[in-house]
Design a protein around this ligand. Structure first.
Ligand SMILES: [Zn+2]
Length: 83
């Protein structure tokens, strides 16, 4: 049996199950940094996995833990830049 990765549903506190993939056919789930410029920032688009709650049926998207800290750091820098 494949590994089933879970976390707690923020709404009902039951099991959220991570999707096997972030793509299906031509559909890809992603989040793009609003401050990204140009095509050469290879990390401007981040893959995101859907997570489905086995109790309430809601589906949530989460950034990968490995990427979240970097994005948070970039955001902290970006939000204080003059516009
Ligand atoms: Zn739930």
């Amino acid at each position: 049996m494949r590994e089933i990765i879970t976390k707690q549903c923020p709404d009902c506190k039951e099991d959220l199950i991570k999707s096997k993939s972030y793509t299906s056919g031509r559909t890809t789930y992603f989040w793009q940094k609003p401050w990204a410029t140009g095509f050469f920032d290879m990390k401007r688009v981040l893959k995101i996995y859907p997570w489905a709650c086995m109790n309430c049926g809601k589906v949530f998207f989460y950034l990968e833990d490995s990427e979240r800290e970097n994005i948070k750091r970039e955001y902290e820098t970006e939000k204080y830049k003059p516009r």
